[in-house]
Ligand binder design. Structure first.
Ligand SMILES: [Mg+2]
Length: 416
């Protein structure tokens, strides 16, 4: 029995949603721009017609108009709406599998191994999902069908819009190996440069490279990427337990050394925030109330909390608020022994309108942090560490995701 994994990507998501709700702009060049005041009208997304005019994400509205002229349609981003539509689409995915893993607002992996026993069956399911999303939501998706997540993601990029691409065990060498190596998930700019120095330009070059040499130059990452290029990615699509009712996510740790200054506390808070955010995203949940708990060397402890203006599940938001609370409330009469971070006020997916004005940051941070999580789950927690943690040897031994450090909220925070 083989594995069958889909990667579904909504095409030109923001611009498509705008056209969905305003049919009069469907055959025009459309760009979606961020908050005019805050972002000076930067293009966040565009449709295919705008792309043909050479308009790029990150252009100013002024530049976009230079390229396209007066017929350009400019829409201000409505992230509440995009999140709502994203949820509708993902609820269709969930009818096929309990293993649906979001990758940002517009992408998801679906494990359909239990439904398909051949390539043809898997492609038929992908086509079925594609036509349902068109019929029920009115949007097109590109689907990659493969036997692992990395190739499924590549597949969804190959044919757009509204297409299914199969990357099978028998055709992947023809389809994948000619692609530039940076198209492989987790090959960032730094890794690409290292590959370039070794004359590895395509994914195929990587697949046939000398594994001993890769291990030497890139360590464990080199070995894993080599495996991905050969179709040997066996990571699972995360499972979402919808039935679980969770009221809060928290984590805390007793530090290997007593903390003596703000910088050390900040490092630990952000590390805890990362593990909290990861667990939230696993379940697709957002929260608004951040609590910070601290215990000094005399075992005196207190907790403070504050509410964010917008729901989040990214560690930078959680960490920033928790650290702010610490700065406001800790007077440093004693060193710090233990720290905790918790978030409550939870909601699943989209909430009320109008509060997601910084959704583009949220989505970008989610993709970034999901990437870090995936790297860690594949290569070990310490593959990526916060820069400030690395400067402190003892603190760098902390791993908030190891069992000994995960302390569930009820144990550490007094019930209210
Ligand atoms: Mg997309």
């Amino acid at each position: 029995m083989g594995r069958y994994i889909l990667h579904c990507d909504l095409n030109n998501f923001y611009a498509s949603v705008e056209s969905l709700f305003d049919p009069s702009i469907r055959n025009k060049a459309v760009v979606v721009v961020g908050d005019e005041e805050k972002r000076h009208g930067i293009v966040l997304a565009k449709n295919y017609i705008a792309k043909e005019y050479g308009i790029k994400t990150g252009d100013t509205v002024w530049e976009a108009r230079q390229k396209c002229g007066e017929e350009l349609v400019c829409k201000t981003a409505r992230f509440d709406l995009y999140l709502y539509v994203s949820r509708l689409v993902k609820s269709i995915y969930r009818e096929y599998s309990s293993r649906v893993e979001s990758f940002g607002i517009d992408e998801a992996w679906i494990d359909i191994s239990h439904l398909a026993s051949s390539d043809n069956e898997a492609v038929a399911i992908a086509d079925n999902i594609r036509s349902r999303v068109i019929a029920e939501v009115g949007l097109t998706i590109s689907v990659g069908v493969s036997f692992n997540k990395v190739f499924a993601k590549l597949g969804s990029d190959m044919k757009k819009p509204n297409a299914t691409t199969l990357i099978s065990k028998s055709n992947f060498q023809d389809l994948v190996w000619k692609l530039p190596v940076e198209e492989l998930l987790y090959v960032g700019r730094a890794t690409k440069k290292k590959f370039e120095r070794s004359n590895i330009v395509t994914i195929g070059d990587l697949a046939v490279a000398d594994i001993k040499y890769l291990k030497l130059t890139l360590g464990k990452v080199g070995e894993s990427l080599w495996k991905f290029a050969r179709g040997l990615d066996d990571s699972v699509v995360s499972h979402i337990k919808d039935s679980e009712k969770i009221k809060s996510f928290g984590n805390s740790t007793t530090c290997p050394i007593d903390l003596q200054d703000n910088a050390q506390v900040k490092s630990v808070i952000y590390m805890l925030a990362e593990s909290v955010a990861e667990r939230m995203r696993e379940r697709g949940m957002y929260g608004t109330t951040v609590s910070m708990w601290v215990k000094d060397v005399d075992l005196v402890s207190f907790e403070r909390q504050a509410t964010l203006s917008t729901p989040t599940n990214v560690s930078s938001d959680i960490g920033r608020m928790a650290y702010k609370l610490f700065l406001e409330h800790y007077n440093w009469s004693k060193d710090v022994r233990a720290v905790g971070v918790r978030i409550s006020g939870l909601c699943q997916g989209v909430v009320q309108c109008d509060i997601f004005h910084n959704m583009e940051d949220l989505d970008r941070n989610q993709k970034l942090e999901s990437t870090i999580e995936n790297l860690r789950s594949r290569f070990g927690y310490n593959i990526i560490r916060r820069g400030d943690i690395m400067s402190n040897e003892l603190l760098s031994t902390l791993n908030p995701t190891s069992e000994t450090h995960i302390i569930h909220p009820i144990g550490f925070f007094k019930a209210k």
